[in-house]
Design a protein around this ligand. Structure first.
Ligand code: GLN
Length: 549
C-alpha cells in the first residue's frame, strides 16, 4: 500500500517547501523507495499556464504537456522522474470536475458539499498519483500557507487521509531572524502550528526554515510547542547549491527518522548525488552568461534555465555568473548593447508579447555578428529567424505575426492548428514530442543521436514560405518534427556557437544529467572565458614587460 508524506507550510509562502519536499524525495529514493510527488496549488486557476511569470514564477511544462507549477521542476531536477499532469492539482481542477459531475447528474438527489464531495475528489486525485508509476510513497506538498482560505479543503482531505492511509505530516515554517535583538524568533512558527492544529492536523516532523542552523535551545522550544520529541525537529538553513539540502537534512537524521516512521528500507546510497555536489564544489572557471529576457526582475521566472546553465557548467568545471539582462534597455539606449561584449555566452529567453522584443533582436544581432556563443530558446529562436531575415536577407520589418500582425515579411507565423482558436488556457502546442536531427549538424553532434524528445510550449513557428530564402542565405535547419513540416532547431555555421531551438531544453535538464544544448553553449562559453582570462593575464604581463623595459 502506498504511503503519503504531506508537506505543509507556515508563516510565509515560498518558505522552501518545494526543495524540502524534493529533498525528502531524494532521501527516500537513495534508499531504494519508489517516490512520486503531488504539488497542490489552492488557487482557482485550472493550471499555471494563464498566470504571469512575473508574479508566479516560471510556468513549467510536464512531459505530457500540462502547464504546471515550477515546483515540479525541482522534483525533476532532484529525482530525474518526468512529471505529468497528475503531479499538479489546483482548486480549479477539483471544482470543474465536481461541477461537471453535478451537471451530468452523478450526484442526483444529493446536496453537493465541500465535505465529502470536494474532499473525496481531492483524495481520489492524491491516490491517482501513487498509481501513476506504482510508487511506494507520494510526497504531497500543499502550496501556500496554513490558514489560507483557499487551502482549507486540501488540508481537510489530508486530515481525513490520516485515518485511511499510512501518512506522515511534515510542517515547514520560517523561524524569523530579528535584526534588532540579533536572535531567531519562533513565535510566528508557533502560531502556524496552532493554525495547523485548529484544523485538526498534528505534525509528525517539523522543519525550521532559517538563514543559519538553529541552536539546540530553539529546537527544544519548537519541539515543546509542537508536542514532538526534539529528534523530530530539523533545520533547513541556507545552502549552496540547493542540491546540498538532502545531504544536510540527512546528516541531521531526517531520512532515518522518516524511513523508520514509515517502515521503509533504510540503507541510503548517496554516492551518485555526492558526485554532483563535488562538481559544484570543484567548478572554478568563471563564465559570464547574459540571460536576455523581460521578466528579469523575478529570478523565478527563468528558474529552469538558470538551473540548466548550472548543471551544464559544473559538469565542465565552470562556475557561471549569470546576469539577467532586460532587453528593453537596448531599445532605450543602443549603446547598452556593448555590455554584451563582456559576456562569454548569451541566452535569448522564451517569451510572449511585444515588450522587449526589438531589444532581443538587437542582442541576437550582436551575438551573431560579434561571434559570441548564443542559445535561443523558443521565442528566442523565432526572433533569431526574424533577425537573420532582416539583416542577412534584407527583409526590412521581418517579424513574427504575434508581434506585428501587419509585418510585410511574416517569417514567424501561427501554427496552422492554432488558427481560429479562441480559448487561451492549455491550447498551445504543448508537451514532449520527437525531434529529428540532421546528420552533420552542430545539433546532431551535441545530442549524438538522430532522434530526441523535448517539451514544447508555443503557438507560432517558422513560416514555410521563407524556408528556401533562409536556407539559401546560410541558415541551417538542423532539427525537424518527424513529418518534416516544422522546424525545431536552427544554427549558423562560421560562428563559435549559434544554436536556437523551438523546444524548451531547460525542462529536460537535471542535476545528474545536464541537457545537451546547454552543454554546447557552456563549452563554447567556457572557451571564450578562458581566452578572455588568458587575455587578461597577457595584458597584465604586457604591462609588467612595459614597466621593466
Ligand atoms: N510566443 C511564442 C509562441 O507562442 C514563443 C513562446 C515561448 O517562447 N514559449 O510561439
Amino acid at each position: 500500500m502506498p504511503k503519503y508524506v504531506f508537506v505543509t507550510g507556515g508563516v510565509i509562502s515560498s518558505v522552501g517547501k518545494g526543495t524540502i519536499a524534493s529533498s525528502i524525495g531524494k532521501m527516500l529514493s537513495v534508499r531504494g523507495v519508489k517516490v512520486d510527488f503531488l504539488k497542490i496549488d489552492p488557487y482557482v486557476n485550472v493550471d499555471a499556464g494563464t498566470m504571469n511569470p512575473y508574479v508566479h514564477g516560471e510556468v513549467y511544462v510536464t512531459s505530457d504537456g500540462s502547464e504546471a507549477d515550477l515546483d515540479l521542476g525541482w522534483y525533476e531536477r532532484f529525482l530525474g522522474i518526468p512529471t505529468s499532469r497528475l503531479n499538479n492539482l489546483t482548486t480549479g481542477q477539483v471544482y470543474s470536475e465536481v461541477i461537471s459531475r453535478e451537471r451530468r447528474g452523478d450526484y442526483l438527489g444529493q446536496c453537493v458539499q465541500i465535505i465529502p464531495h470536494v474532499t473525496d475528489e481531492i483524495k481520489q486525485r492524491i491516490r491517482a498519483v501513487a498509481d501513476r508509476r506504482g510508487s511506494d510513497v507520494v510526497i504531497v506538498e500543499i502550496g501556500g500557507t496554513v490558514g489560507d482560505i483557499e487551502g482549507l479543503p486540501f488540508y481537510e482531505a489530508a486530515r481525513q487521509m490520516k485515518l485511511e492511509e499510512e501518512t506522515l505530516f511534515v510542517h515547514v515554517a520560517l523561524v524569523i531572524y530579528h535584526e534588532s535583538t540579533r536572535e531567531l524568533k519562533t513565535k510566528a512558527f508557533q502560531h502556524s502550528l496552532q493554525e495547523l492544529r485548529r484544523i485538526g492536523i498534528q505534525p509528525d516532523v517539523m522543519v525550521a526554515r532559517s538563514p543559519t542552523m538553529i541552536s539546540t535551545d530553539v529546537r527544544r522550544k519548537l519541539a515543546l510547542f509542537g508536542t514532538l520529541p526534539i529528534e523530530a525537529v530539523f533545520c533547513s538553513y541556507n545552502v549552496q547549491p540547493v542540491y546540498r539540502l538532502p545531504l544536510v537534512l540527512e546528516e541531521q537524521g531526517l531520512g532515518d527518522y522518516i524511513a523508520k516512521k514509515l517502515g521503509l528500507p533504510n540503507s541510503p546510497n548517496w554516492s551518485g548525488w555526492k558526485r554532483v555536489i563535488e562538481l559544484y564544489d570543484r567548478a572554478s572557471t568563471p563564465v559570464r552568461i547574459a540571460l536576455c529576457g523581460k521578466y528579469t526582475k523575478l529570478e523565478d521566472s527563468y528558474i529552469s534555465i538558470k538551473e540548466a546553465i548550472w548543471h551544464a557548467a559544473v559538469a565542465l568545471g565552470a562556475r557561471p555568473q549569470i546576469e539577467f539582462v532586460e532587453t528593453e534597455e537596448f531599445e532605450e539606449n543602443p549603446l547598452q548593447l556593448e555590455k554584451l561584449s563582456t559576456f562569454d555566452g548569451i541566452i535569448i529567453a522564451p517569451g510572449f508579447g511585444k515588450r522587449g522584443t526589438e531589444g532581443k533582436i538587437m542582442a541576437i544581432n550582436y551575438a551573431r555578428t560579434r561571434g559570441i556563443p548564443m542559445l535561443g530558446i523558443c521565442f528566442g529562436m523565432q526572433l533569431a529567424v526574424a533577425e537573420f531575415a532582416r539583416n542577412v536577407l534584407g527583409l526590412e520589418g521581418a517579424n513574427s505575426t504575434e508581434i506585428d500582425p501587419n509585418t510585410p515579411h511574416p517569417v514567424i507565423d501561427l501554427l496552422p492548428e492554432q488558427r481560429g482558436l479562441k480559448a487561451l488556457g492549455g491550447t498551445m502546442r504543448l508537451g514532449e514530442s520527437e525531434v529529428i536531427l540532421i546528420e552533420g549538424t552542430l545539433a546532431h553532434r551535441l545530442y549524438g543521436s538522430r532522434s530526441i524528445r523535448r517539451r514544447h510550449r508555443h503557438r507560432y513557428e517558422v513560416n514555410t514560405e521563407y524556408w528556401d530564402a533562409l536556407r539559401s542565405s546560410g541558415m541551417v535547419f538542423s532539427g525537424f518534427t518527424p513529418d518534416g513540416t516544422r522546424i525545431e532547431v536552427i544554427e549558423i555555421v562560421d560562428h563559435p556557437f549559434f544554436l536556437a531551438v523551438q523546444y524548451h531544453p531547460e525542462f529536460s535538464s537535471t542535476a545528474e544529467r545536464p541537457e545537451e544544448a546547454f552543454v554546447g553553449l557552456m563549452e563554447a562559453s567556457l572557451k571564450r572565458a578562458q581566452e578572455r582570462l588568458r587575455g587578461l593575464t597577457l595584458s597584465a604581463s604586457t604591462k609588467t614587460d612595459y614597466r621593466s623595459a
